[in-house]
Design a protein around this ligand. Sequence first.
Ligand code: TLP
Length: 354
Amino acid sequence: MTTNSMQPRPKTHIDLRSDTVTQPTPEMRRAMAEAEVGDDVYREDPTVNRLEQRAAEIFEKEAALFVPTGTMGNQIAIRVHTQHGQEIICEERAHFINLESATVAAFSGCQPRTISAEDGILSWEQIKKKIAPPAYYRAQTGLIALENTGSLAGGTVYPQAVADEICDGAHDTGLPVHLDGARIFNAATTLGISVAQIARKVDSVMFCLSKGLAAPVGSMILGSKKFIERALVFRKALGGGMRQSGILAAAGLIALEKMPARLKEDHDNAQLLAEGLAAIPGIKINAKKVVSNILVFDVNGTGMDTAEFSRKLASKNVLAAGIDSQQMRFVTHLDISREDCVRTLDAVRSISQP
Ligand code: TLP
């Protein structure tokens, strides 16, 4: 092994497409090389077992399971909670219905019952109206699914009292709640509370090690021991039994223990970008609504659609993508510095000139 193999790839672009693009840190790479491993399908990988135990402790849940992706984590949780022919109540921009290849239909046999909510933040008031009445010809509600932070909604964060009220209402009605907490550590940073407090009332939570926390691969799902026992069956069914995955879990442990502390820096950079963008003619964004590491802004006033805007930005070595024809998304992360944000704003100014 050469020393170079431990080095991150040289940076040629400012990549704001997603926090999924983060490179593993040198410490992660070392830990991966040295990880003690076993066969995780036999549940004998000591590093995976340690990661699952630490995640359960940090989230104050009975048990945790390491899965390859956030998508698999969400879809396993949904499969455990629901039965074929049921409905899942969620916000219309929820990742699990928009960007997970209709797996909720194909694997769980469920349909979404969506609600359009301001900033992607649902309330119990809205949800309770969507719970199916007990008529034999109506698909029955099987699950309520929340997302915190809301990825396509612009990294928005649930006020904890709002999320807790939803959980209390759901439980009083006999319904479970799953939280897509892909970026729950960003939500915790914004709220100044622990991830355990955010997840206290939900029945299951998924979070990603491979986004802002910078691990190369991996997500976790957490819940009761019974939930995780069932989840293990569906992880195998989906081809997620990974053998010597301690190599990956070793990076995941560093992501979990060390990386949350630096997320505030990403939020500050997102705020800098938001305030800068708000001052550029033709661009619409409310900087006050940017509370984590994701910004969504409207480029319609520049006379460009997002495809053209992205193309021109790429010619200035800044990568970003649209979430539709008018709205662009920027995501800050470990590999984006304050200086990169200043340069990005210069690039946006130069392409937005009439
Ligand atoms: N989100 C990705 C893309 O799929 C859009 C991104 O760049 O933001 N839940 C949420 C809230 C997510 O944002 C994502 C990934 C997932 C689940 C799925 O995670 P992976 O990509 O690991 O399957």
